[in-house]
Design a protein around this ligand. Structure first.
Ligand SMILES: [Zn+2]
Length: 366
């Protein structure tokens, strides 16, 4: 999706102040039932002429038959965005453009989101976020998957912004360490573990100056397992957990930009799988913080993009990152640029750039 469209919409929202525009109920078609798949299904717009009653043939006696009645699996629900907006007392979505793909915008006092039919990429206040399912167009109306509404739109558009009280505990996790070197710079082979540690060491005093109690999962070049990093956060009663990394797309030298990850909500597909099974039904302890994870990721991602000037590769979802799955507090993982890209490697190797990344995180958590 093009970001200018999002920016234009945000400007239009500011000018028109339409976030609380009165809602007029449209003529909505009956919500269709969709198969539980991420593939765009064929819209079933018209309801069947007669209700269909499932017929269960069985030779069991009546009592046994009762005990064996299998209730149908919960219907995967697609909901008209118009109706959701009205239910949540925010302004109705606006059609931004019809070609090449229809784009809609919806806003609240928290900000504005731009959604594109058939694309999981959405724009929230100018940054890219990733939906679980592609929005659908049915009878000239935009429909979103129920889980996207609950896990993505509601936290961003409806929840109060994250606030942090004084003296809270934050655990910063410099990625890799010891024999686990991470990736390396395409320029001279210097190792990711060195840069993540320096980023964390620069960040810690900035956070402490803002009233955080700061703990680092490592303060030198040592091996720490992923499980131990999560256990460290638990042992220190962390209120927030941030894991710091740099990226690689080697042998490609062109891929560039900044990514921020949080755990995929249960029932949704991940943005990045990296060879894992990505079991949608899995429910990790960190899923209890889905809404705060997203709010934290969006806050940090926006601040880092502003400070670093890198390409926006989006707030993404993954469930293979063991350092996030088991956390009992809001947790994100940041990939602060590509060491496989010569331009970004040069930036990452400069202490001033890492200071900028540290300052951006500290500033976002004031
Ligand atoms: Zn890494």
């Amino acid at each position: 999706m093009s970001k200018p469209a999002g920016i234009i919409f945000i400007a239009a929202l500011v000018l028109s102040g339409c976030a609380t525009a009165p809602y007029r109920a449209p003529n909505e078609p009956l919500p269709p039932n969709w198969p539980p798949t991420n593939q765009a299904p064929k819209p079933q717009i018209r309801p069947p002429s007669r209700p269909i009653t499932p017929v269960v043939k069985t030779n069991l006696p009546p009592t046994a038959r009762l005990a064996n009645v299998v209730r149908p699996a919960p219907v995967v629900t697609w909901i008209p965005l118009n109706r959701w907006a009205a239910d949540h007392k925010i302004g109705a979505p606006h059609l931004l453009s019809e070609t090449p793909a229809a784009m809609y915008a919806i806003g609240s006092t928290n900000g504005a989101m731009v959604l594109e039919i058939g694309s999981r990429e959405a724009i929230w206040n100018g940054i890219e976020i990733n939906l679980g399912f592609e929005p659908q167009l049915i009878d000239h109306q935009i429909y979103l998957h129920e889980l996207d509404l609950r896990r993505n739109l509601e936290p961003l558009l409806c929840d109060p912004p994250l606030t942090f009280s004084a003296n809270r505990v934050i655990v910063i996790d410099p990625g890799h360490g010891g024999s686990n070197t991470g990736t390396h710079s395409v320029l001279d082979g210097r190792l990711e573990k060195e840069f993540t540690l320096d980023w964390a060491l620069q960040l810690a005093p900035l956070l402490a100056a803002n009233g955080w109690q700061v703990f680092l999962t490592r303060t030198n070049d040592t091996d720490v397992s992923l499980d131990d990093r999560a256990a460290f956060a638990d042992a220190h009663h962390a209120d927030l957990f941030i894991s710091l990394h740099f990226n690689s797309a080697a042998p490609s030298q062109t891929q560039a930009g900044l990514e921020t990850y949080c755990l995929t909500p249960t029932g949704m597909p991940s943005t990045l799988i990296r060879g894992s099974t990505d079991s949608w039904s899995e429910n990790f302890s960190n899923n209890g913080h889905d809404a705060e994870n997203l709010a934290l990721a969006v806050r940090l991602h926006a601040a880092l993009l502003r400070a670093a000037g890198l390409e926006d590769r989006g707030v993404r979802r993954a469930r293979f990152m063991a350092v996030l799955d088991g956390q009992h507090c809001p947790a994100v993982l940041i990939e602060g640029g590509y060491l496989s890209n010569p331009h970004e490697a040069q930036l990452i190797e400069s202490p001033e750039f890492r200071q900028k990344l540290a300052g951006a995180i500290a500033g976002a958590l004031k």
